[in-house]
Ligand binder design. Structure first.
Ligand code: CA
Length: 262
């Protein structure tokens, strides 16, 4: 069957996929927490998550998303563990989230951590975005030389992209820092706390998070344009849900209508 013989709704869906350009990236989405109704993986891959404590849902969300809920972590007793999984171990990946960090909570308030200090991301006590690098060389915190401070009283989109050689930091869609790193990932991922024992003042995340996503960049890495798009529109706008034929169709129909108006 030739493509122009397809029924209109199918054509619209095909056009939507092609024009929205998201089908390839849907395949590379390894893990996605949208914090709408719970703290489970919404990527479709069914990665196992375990909630500790009682993180809550907040109606405060990034302007880029505009509605729904975010996850609220208390800094001491609440976090979400994602069990070790090959889908979050690739050498090339992008991990991203919106955060509203609020007041600092310890030296390196962890947005995320991995078992064995494989890779931690945080905000320092002086409000600088920081990460504990992947692998053994050069291992340690990277923050003091970067002076990448964010306004912790509001929402910011933070993306960490690693191509196997460099870790790059994007803030609100702009590349702000690059650091050579080596090493690999294999352990569990923790969202909202340091991977070791936590307690009062022990560097957990005190604030709000929304649209946490992990992309496997092995075959189709996110571009700077992709990252900026998500920072401005959220993950769901970048990757329509596979089951949302209506949304995909609407995207395609919208594009067709725009074409006809020209
Ligand atoms: Ca949300």
């Amino acid at each position: 069957m030739k493509i122009h013989n397809l029924p209109q709704p199918v054509l619209a869906a095909v056009a939507g996929l092609a024009i929205c350009g998201s089908s390839a990236h849907a395949a590379s989405l390894s893990l996605y927490l949208d914090f709408e109704t719970d703290f489970a993986d919404q990527s479709g891959n069914g990665l196992s998550t375990t909630v500790t404590g009682s993180p809550t849902l907040s109606t405060s969300v990034p302007a880029a998303i505009g509605s729904g809920n975010s996850g609220s972590f208390d800094g001491n007793t609440t976090w979400v563990d994602v069990a070790a999984n090959a889908l979050i171990n690739s050498n090339a990946f992008t991990m991203m989230y919106f955060v509203n960090a609020g007041a600092q909570n310890g030296s390196f308030e962890r947005f995320t951590s991995r078992g064995g200090f494989e890779f931690d991301t945080a905000i320092s006590s002086t409000g600088q975005l920081s990460f504990f690098s992947i692998g053994a060389s050069p291992q340690g915190w990277h923050n003091s030389g970067t002076s990448i401070a964010v306004d912790s009283s509001t929402w910011n989109h933070i993306a960490w992209q690693d191509d196997g050689t460099n870790t790059r930091l994007y803030v609100n869609g702009s590349l702000v820092y690059t650091q050579v790193t080596t090493g690999s990932l294999s352990s569990f991922l923790r969202i909202g706390a340091v991977q070791t024992a936590v307690g009062a003042g022990s560097e957990g995340f005190l604030g709000l998070m929304d649209d946490f996503a992990w992309f496997d960049d092995t075959t189709d890495p996110l571009t700077a344009t992709d990252i900026a798009f998500i920072a401005n529109n959220g993950v769901a706008a970048f990757i329509p849900e596979p089951s949302s034929a209506l949304l995909v169709g609407a995207c395609g129909i919208g594009a067709l209508l725009r074409r006809r108006r020209r």
